[in-house]
Design a binder for this molecule. Structure first.
Ligand code: AMP
Length: 981
C-alpha cells in the first residue's frame, strides 16, 4: 500500500494554517526553509525510497515540505541533509526550530510493529561547502526528535521542537534529519542564533551583540553615552545567552541645557533652562529674568535685577533695596560727643533678606564738608550693619555733621546705584564741657594768673566760662555768708590783679555752652598770693585785670551766697569719731573725696571721675617701672585739639580678672577727683578697649626715694625743705578732701624735671597688695610698719593724723637722702622702739627746725600732731627765711648712721676696710681706699677729713658720713638703734 501518497495530501491540508509565524527580531536567521521557497537543494540519502519533497500552491505562492513514510518496509536509515550553513563568527550557539507532523504508528495496523514515531537530528561542521559528498560518519547526533502530539487519521497535530547546537567553531555546518522508519513530514526548519539587539539604556547606546553560549553565559558589552550626555565611567551592560540585556553599569546624564527625553538628551525649550549635568528636567526661568532661548544653561536677569555671587542660577534675580526710612539722630541720654542714629528698613528690600547698612559721616564747618575719617567711632560698626541703629561717638560738639545711611543687599555691589538717606545734624548738648583742672600760671603779691582745661570735646572758640572766686576767710564755719566775684570769660585763662598779698583765694570755674547753659563747677581750688606786699596796691577790693591771651571779661557781679553747708560724707575714709578733724579751727573741706567703692558699679565711678582716652592717642615709648597691676611706661598723649604731652601709662597686665580691673581703675577714680599741683594729675583712662590703661602726667625724675639716693649729698637743705613743702601742700589738699592716703612714703612721691614733688599711688588695694613695705599685722591687713602711726598699726585707725606721722617719716627720708627709716631694724624692733618712746634720730645736717617738726609728727597722741595746714605754713615760713635752716639738729654719728656695732655685726672689729665701708653703705669708695694704700682698719682710724677728700670722696654728704663713722669707731662706743625723745 502506498501510504506516502495518501499522507502527502493530508499533511498539506493541515499545515496551511500554521506556517506564517512571525520571527523574533532578536533572532538572526541563518536558514529558513519556508522563507527560501522553491527548491532548497537539500541532499537525500539514499537517493531513492528516502526523503521526498512535495510542493503545493497556496494563495499564489508555492510551499514545500519533506516527507517520508516508509512504514512496514523494514529497517530504515534515510538522511535529509541541509545545504552548507555559514556561521556568524561570534555565534557559537545556534537554534534549530523544526515544525513537523508524525503519524501515529497504531494507524498503520499490521505495519505498526516496525513503525517509529521519532527521527534524529545530526550536525557536521566544516570550513567549506563540501557539495554533494555525504558521509554519515562525519555527523554527530544532536538529539532524537519526538513529537509531543502524534496525529491520527483526520487528526493532524503540528509539533514545534527547537534544539540547540552549541560549541560551534568552524566556518559553517550542515544539519541532517535521519528517519529510522517513521511517517513524518517536515514543514519548516529554521536555524538562527540569538543576539541582544542594539539598544539605548539609561542614555547609553550599546551595539547589537551576539548572545553567548555555554562557555560564556554573560557577555560584557561597553557602550557610549548618547549625544549631549556624559558619564564619569564608561557605561557597560551584559548580554545573556537568551539575547537579553541585563545589569547596565554607569550613568549617563544630560549636559547643562539638555534634558532626557526618549532615550536621548534634548535641548531645553525656550523659557526653560538647566544649569547642571543631570537627568532632571529643564526648569522654567525664575522671577525677574529674561526668557531664555532653547538649550539655555541659565536665564539672564532683567535689566535692574542682579544675582549675588553666591546666589544659585536657579534663584530669582533680585533688585536693589530702596533707601532706609525714617532716619533720625538723637543725643538724648548720650554722653558728650555721642549720638544715636536710627532708621527703619527700606520699603523695598529688592526681594532679598540680606539687608545691611553702611553709615558715612561727614563733618562740616560752614559749607566745607569732609569725611569724618577714623576719628569717629561707631558702635557696633559703620559698615555691614545688620542693626537699624548705631551709636556714634567721639564727635565734636557744635560741628555740623552729615550722616548718610545706605541700605544694601547682596546685589548692591553689582550696581553703582546707591539707596541712601542723609541727615544733617549738629550735636547740641545742653551739657557744656567739664572743666577738668585749674592751674596757677603766675603769681605776684597782688595778682594771680590762672588757666584751666576742659574736657576735650569743647570747642574753645564757642565756649565761655564763668569764674567765681573769693578770699578765704579765717573762720568759715561761723561766717555763713560769703561774697564771690563772678567773671564771664571767653578764654580758659585769666589774670586777676589787685589782690591782697599773702592771701588765700578760692576759685572755681564752670564752662557755659554756646547757648549759655551752665555746666557744673570745678572743684574749688585755692591759690595764694605771695607775701611781699608792694606798697599801695590796695587790698580787699578785687578788681579785674585783663584776661590773659585776649580773653574778654564781660561783667563782674558780686554775689552773696550761702556758704555751702558742711557736707558730711559717710563714705570718706575718715571715721566720724576722729578727734583730729573735730577740731573747731579745722577748715571744712569744700569738696569731699568720694570712695569709688560707694558706687554700685565701679565702672560708673571711673566714667564720672576720669575722661576716656582713645588708645590711638596714646603711644608707649619705654618701660619705666612695674606696678602691682603691670608695667608702667613713659609715653606720649596726643589728644585732638591738645598739645602733645609726655605721660606715664600704667597698664593692666593681660589675663586680669574683673576684680583686678576694677581695683586697677579705682586708682584713676580716686586720682581723677584731685586737682592740685602736688598731686599726680590724671590725664585719663582707656577702659573701653582690651588694654586698659591709666594715663597720668609724666614725672621725669621718678620716685623720690630713688632720686634722693642717686643724688645723695648733692642737694641743699633749702632744696630738700622745698620738696617737703610741696609734698605737705599735696597732703593738705588731700586731707581737706577728707582723703586719707595710708601709704605716704618717699617711694610714693614722684619728682618731675623741676624737682616738684607730687603725691601718687592711690589705688584702693594698694596698701594691702602693692607696697613691698606692706607687712601683715596682728590686727589683720598689710601695713608699711616703718611709715605708719602706732594707732594705725595697733587698731587700724587711719586718719589724716596718721598720714601726718607718715609725712614725718618722709621728712626723715628726704633729709637723709633716701636712707631707709630705722635702717635694718626688724619691723618688730621698730614697733617695740616706738612703743618705748624712741624715735628716729636727726639725719646728718638736718636743720633743727625740720627735725623738731618731724618729732611733732611722731607724737603718740595724734590730736597733738600738727595738721598738714600747719606743716605747710611752717615749711613756708622756713623757706621764706632760709637762715632759719642754718641751725642744725644734734647729730650723733653712732646712732644716725646706724652703726649696729662699731665693730661689725657680730661684735668683733671690722675685719676689712671693705666690710666697714659696706656697713655704712659707702662701698662705692672701696677702690679709692685700696688705691690709696689704706687696707687696714688701723690705717682708716688715722684718717682725717682732708685725707678722705684726697682719696676722691667729694660729695659733702659722703664725706661727712665717712668722717663721722671714723669718729664713732674711735669712740669705741656701741650705738643705740634709736634716739630717745
Ligand atoms: P606705681 O604703680 O604707681 O607704684 O608705679 C611704679 C613705678 O612706675 C614708680 O615707682 C615709678 O618709678 C614709675 N612711675 C609711676 N608713675 C609715674 C609717673 N607719673 N611718672 C614717672 N614715673 C612713674
Amino acid at each position: 500500500m502506498d501510504y506516502r501518497r495518501i499522507k502527502r495530501i493530508l499533511f498539506v491540508n493541515v499545515f496551511m494554517n500554521c506556517i506564517f509565524v512571525s520571527l523574533q527580531n532578536k533572532e538572526e536567521v541563518l536558514l529558513d526553509m519556508v522563507a527560501s521557497g522553491g527548491e532548497l537543494g537539500w541532499l537525500t540519502w539514499p537517493d531513492e525510497q528516502g526523503w521526498e519533497i512535495a510542493q503545493q500552491a497556496l494563495n499564489g505562492s508555492l510551499l514545500y515540505n519533506y516527507f517520508i513514510c516508509n512504514v512496514g518496509a523494514g529497517e530504515q536509515d534515510n538522511w535529509l541533509r541541509t545545504t552548507f550553513i555559514q556561521r556568524h563568527p561570534t555565534a557559537t550557539r545556534v537554534f534549530v526550530e523544526m515544525r513537523f507532523v508524525v503519524r501515529d504508528c497504531n494507524s498503520f495496523g499490521a505495519d505498526s510493529l516496525t513503525c517509529k514515531e521519532t527521527f534524529n537530528l545530526h550536525t557536521s561542521e566544516a570550513d567549506a561547502d563540501i557539495g554533494t559528498s555525504f558521509r554519515k560518519g562525519q555527523f554527530r547526533k544532536v538529539a532524537t526528535i519526538a513529537p509531543d502530539e502524534i496525529s491520527g487519521v483526520g487528526d493532524m497535530q503540528i509539533n514545534t521542537e527547537t534544539r540547540v547546537v552549541d560549541n560551534l567553531s568552524r566556518k559553517g555546518f550542515y544539519l541532517a534529519f535521519q528517519d529510522i522508519g517513521a511517517c513524518v513530514a517536515i514543514y519548516s526548519v529554521r536555524v538562527y542564533y540569538k543576539t541582544c539587539p542594539a539598544t539605548v539604556k539609561s542614555l547609553a547606546a550599546f551595539p547589537e551583540t551576539v548572545a553567548g553560549g555555554e562557555n560564556q553565559a554573560l557577555r560584557e558589552v561597553a557602550g557610549a553615552c548618547v549625544e549631549n550626555a556624559v558619564s564619569e565611567d564608561q557605561p557597560r551592560i551584559y548580554c545573556t545567552v537568551d539575547g537579553e540585556w541585563v545589569v547596565p553599569v554607569g550613568q549617563c546624564q544630560c549636559r547643562p541645557g539638555y534634558e532626557p527625553k526618549n532615550d536621548s538628551c534634548q535641548e531645553c525649550k525656550p523659557g526653560f533652562f538647566k544649569t547642571s549635568v543631570s537627568n532632571e528636567a529643564c526648569e522654567h526661568c525664575p522671577k525677574n529674568t529674561e526668557p531664555s532661548s532653547s538649550g539655555a544653561l541659565s536665564c539672564p536677569c532683567l535689566q535692574g535685577f542682579y544675582r549675588a555671587p553666591n546666589d544659585p542660577l536657579t534663584a530669582a534675580c533680585s533688585g536693589l533695596p530702596s533707601a532706609p526710612q525714617n532716619l533720625a539722630a538723637t543725643t538724648a541720654q548720650m554722653a558728650v560727643g555721642k549720638l544715636q542714629l536710627s532708621w527703619s528698613p527700606p520699603a523695598d528690600t529688592g526681594g532679598r533678606t540680606d539687608i545691611t547698612y553702611n553709615v558715612v559721616c561727614d563733618r562740616c564747618e560752614g559749607s566745607v564738608c569732609q569725611p569724618c575719617g577714623e576719628k569717629v567711632r561707631y558702635d557696633p560698626s559703620n559698615t555691614d550693619l545688620k542693626e537699624i541703629s548705631v551709636i556714634i561717638s567721639e564727635l565734636e560738639p557744635h560741628l555740623n555733621y552729615t550722616f548718610t545711611v545706605e541700605a544694601r543687599n547682596g546685589v548692591s555691589q553689582l550696581s553703582p546705584q546707591r539707596a541712601t538717606h542723609t541727615i544733617n545734624t549738629a550735636l547740641h548738648y545742653t551739657d557744656p564741657p567739664k572743666v577738668t583742672a585749674m592751674h596757677l600760671v603766675e603769681s605776684s603779691p597782688t595778682s594771680l594768673s590762672l588757666s584751666w582745661s576742659v574736657s576735650r570735646w569743647a570747642k574753645p572758640s564757642s565756649t565761655r566760662y564763668e569764674l567765681m572766686y573769693r578770699k578765704k576767710e579765717k573762720d568759715e564755719e561761723k561766717n555763713k555768708v560769703t561774697t564771690y566775684t563772678v567773671l564771664v570769660l571767653e578764654k580758659n585763662s585769666v589774670q586777676i590783679i589787685d589782690l591782697s598779698p599773702s592771701t588765700v583765694y578760692l576759685f572755681k570755674v564752670q564752662a557755659l555752652s554756646p547757648e549759655g547753659n551752665p555746666g557744673s563747677y570745678s572743684m574749688e581750688q585755692e591759690f595764694s598770693t605771695p607775701a611781699e606786699v608792694p606798697p599801695n596796691q590796695g587790698n580787699t577790693a578785687v578788681i579785674l585785670g585783663a584776661a590773659v591771651g585776649g580773653g574778654v571779661m564781660l561783667f563782674i557781679v558780686v554775689v552773696v551766697l550761702l556758704l555751702r553747708r558742711r557736707r558730711k560724707n559717710s563714705h570718706t575714709r575718715q571715721g566720724p569719731e576722729d578727734a583730729y578733724f573735730s577740731s573747731p579751727e579745722q577748715l571744712k573741706p569744700l569738696k569731699t573725696y568720694v570712695d569709688p567703692h560707694t558706687y554700685e558699679d565701679p565702672n560708673t565711678a571711673v566714667l564720672k571721675f576720669a575722661s576716656e582716652i582713645h588708645p590711638t592717642h596714646v603711644s608707649k615709648q619705654k618701660v619705666i617701672g612695674v606696678g602691682e597691676f603691670g608695667e608702667v611706661y613713659r609715653g606720649i598723649l596726643k589728644a585732638p585739639g591738645r598739645k602733645e604731652a609726655a605721660v606715664a601709662i600704667k597698664t593692666l597686665k593681660p589675663g586680669y580678672t574683673e576684680k583686678q580691673r576694677q581695683d586697677f581703675l579705682s586708682e584713676a577714680s580716686i586720682m581723677g577727683q584731685f586737682c592740685h599741683q602736688n598731686i599726680i594729675r590724671l590725664e585719663g583712662v582707656v577702659t573701653k578697649f582690651k588694654h586698659v590703661m591709666i594715663v597720668t602726667e609724666y614725672m621725669e625724675n621718678g620716685a623720690l626715694d630713688k632720686y634722693l639716693r642717686d643724688h645723695d649729698g648733692e642737694m641743699s637743705s633749702f632744696q630738700l625743705v622745698g620738696m617737703l613743702r610741696g609734698i605737705a601742700a599735696g597732703m593738705k589738699y588731700l586731707s581737706d578732701m577728707s582723703y586719707v592716703h595710708r601709704d605716704l612714703a618717699a617711694r610714693n612721691i614722684l619728682v618731675n624735671s623741676k624737682l616738684e614733688c607730687k603725691v601718687s599711688d592711690f589705688g584702693l588695694s594698694r596698701v594691702l597688695e602693692d607696697d613691698p613695705e606692706g607687712t601683715y599685722t596682728t590686727s589683720g591687713g598689710k601695713i608699711p610698719i616703718r611709715w605708719t602711726a602706732p594707732e594705725a598699726i595697733a587698731y587700724r585707725k587711719f586718719t589724716s593724723a596718721s598720714d601726718v606721722w607718715s609725712f614725718g617719716i618722709v621728712m626723715w627720708e628726704v633729709m637723709a637722702f633716701g636712707e631707709r627709716p630705722y635702717w635694718d631694724m626688724s619691723n618688730h624692733e621698730v614697733m617695740k622702739a616706738i612703743n618705748e618712746a624712741f624715735r628716729l634720730p636727726a639725719p646728718m645736717d638736718c636743720p633743727s627746725a625740720v627735725y623738731q617738726l618731724m618729732l611733732q609728727c611722731w607724737l603718740q597722741d595724734r590730736s597733738k600732731r600738727p595738721r598738714f595746714q600747719d606743716i605747710v605754713s611752717l615749711l613756708d615760713k622756713l623757706l621764706k627765711s632760709p637762715d632759719s635752716l642754718k641751725a642744725i639738729a644734734d647729730f650723733d654719728p653712732r646712732v644716725s648712721i646706724r652703726l649696729p656695732s662699731t665693730s661689725g655685726s657680730d661684735g668683733s672689729p671690722f675685719r676689712s676696710v671693705s666690710e666697714w665701708l659696706e656697713s655704712i653703705k659707702m662701698s662705692q669708695y672701696s677702690e679709692n681706699f685700696s688705691m690709696a694704700g689704706i687696707v687696714s682698719m688701723e690705717q682708716v682710724l688715722q684718717m682725717k677729713s682732708e685725707d678722705i677728700r684726697n682719696i676722691g670722696v667729694r660729695l659733702p654728704g659722703h664725706l661727712k658720713r665717712i668722717a663721722y663713722s671714723i669718729l664713732g669707731l674711735k669712740d669705741q662706743t656701741s650705738t643705740l638703734s634709736v634716739f630717745a625723745v
